[in-house]
Ligand binder design. Structure first.
Ligand code: FES
Length: 183
């Protein structure tokens, strides 16, 4: 899979995707190959850029051992987990492209997903509220349950051994608009 970046706006997938723009600049990531087919033809996820921040080191991660961190801000809605899946993943960084990060707030009604990672299937869930499960190898795609939106994925960069967060793909639960600041 090789995501392509386009600056031009495309038709949005949903109201949440529309709200994500918040009237400010965002980029659109088009998904190719199997992932595109999984999301539907021409699937697109919007990515908002935030101030880059170092959130960990690749050498300190163990497979299937998520590490919590806050991003983009320090509020209750900025809860995420950094995890080395042990298999290549969409948006994964590091030599094996298996290090990813996701919000731990369910996109349906904000159910807490911290502690719900299932390493044997590389998913997070079921959500304790309405049982949604998300696939962390496919940009947080919904596997089953009530949610209809992919889990917000923290955009990562590997700078040597350091892992930096540089943005968020998808709307963070509790935000009326990414880039609008704190909810
Ligand atoms: S809040 Fe997670 S499925 Fe409803």
């Amino acid at each position: 899979m090789s995501p392509h970046e386009h600056s031009a706006e495309r038709p949005c997938l949903s109201r949440r995707a529309f709200l994500l723009s918040g009237g400010t600049a965002v980029t659109v990531t088009l998904l190719d190959g199997p992932l595109n087919r999984a999301f539907g033809q021409g699937a697109a996820l919007k990515r908002a850029s935030y101030p880059a921040r170092r959130i960990g080191r690749i050498s300190q991660l163990a497979v299937d051992r998520p590490v919590p961190f806050q991003y983009p801000w320090k509020d209750a809605y900025s809860a995420n987990m950094l995890v080395k899946l042990g298999v290549p993943a969409g948006g994964g960084v590091g030599p094996a492209r298996d290090v990813v990060a996701f919000s731990t707030l369910c996109t349906h009604m904000g159910g807490p997903l911290a502690g719900q990672y299932r390493g044997q299937h590389k998913v997070v869930g079921p959500c304790p509220l309405h049982l949604t499960t998300f696939d962390l190898t496919k940009h947080g795609m919904v596997v089953s349950g009530q949610a209809t939106e992919t889990l917000a994925q923290v955009v990562l960069e590997a700078r040597g051994d350091e892992i930096w967060a540089t943005g968020v793909m998808g709307l963070i639960y509790g935000y009326h608009s990414n880039l609008a600041g704190r909810a």
